[in-house]
Design a protein around this ligand. Sequence first.
Ligand code: SAM
Length: 209
Amino acid sequence: MDLILKYFPQLTDIQKNQFHKLQELYEDWNLKINVVSRKDIDELYIRHVLHSLGIAKVQPFLPGSKILDVGTGGGFPGIPLAILYPEVNFHLVDSIGKKIKVVDEVVEGLQLENVKTTNARVEEVSGKYDFIVSRAVAQMETFVHWVNDKIAKKSIHDRKNGILYLKGGDLSEELKVYRNASVFPLNDFFEEDFYETKSVVYLPMKYKG
Ligand SMILES: C[S@@+](CC[C@H](N)C(=O)[O-])C[C@H]1O[C@@H](n2cnc3c(N)ncnc32)[C@H](O)[C@@H]1O
């Protein structure tokens, strides 16, 4: 929890409580349904919560904007971002029902009013969003194919609407065809070793190869 305050010192008491409660909620739910690996539960804040918030360091979201989290699993990156931005609308989607059930329980436990969840493959979801966020779901090419038609044409942020994807390791091969992709290394924002190889990939909409 101190880790979150170290990088996001302006949190309200409500947000501090919500971030604090995450540990207990995920511990409880993990005993019933294994959504986060045992090892990762011990390092929830560094491996999941702060990692998710890396997207906010690259692209802060404006009130009223709409964000789609594809393949949210246990709620990452969507849940930490929804705590950080209570005035932004988040739609968290996963094709596995038991994962969405955990997300629903966490949303209820935190009394988050800005999160909607759907148990479906993202290809079946309609709607338009300012940004599409994700982590560990698919190769960029497949992902772009799934979500390209879900990005709203009109951008309200300075940065053009598009995809913000948390990736790790060497991305040169995967991103070779995306000449307009930008890679933001997370160790520019976070000093912990875990972030040395992690980055946020931004891909503006209407990619042309
Ligand atoms: C490795 S997990 C990552 C979960 C979470 N994003 C995280 O980083 O902790 C991948 C998730 O993507 C979901 N998924 C894969 N393809 C999907 C699709 N086409 N539509 C919706 N969810 C999908 C899977 O059900 C799984 O929960």
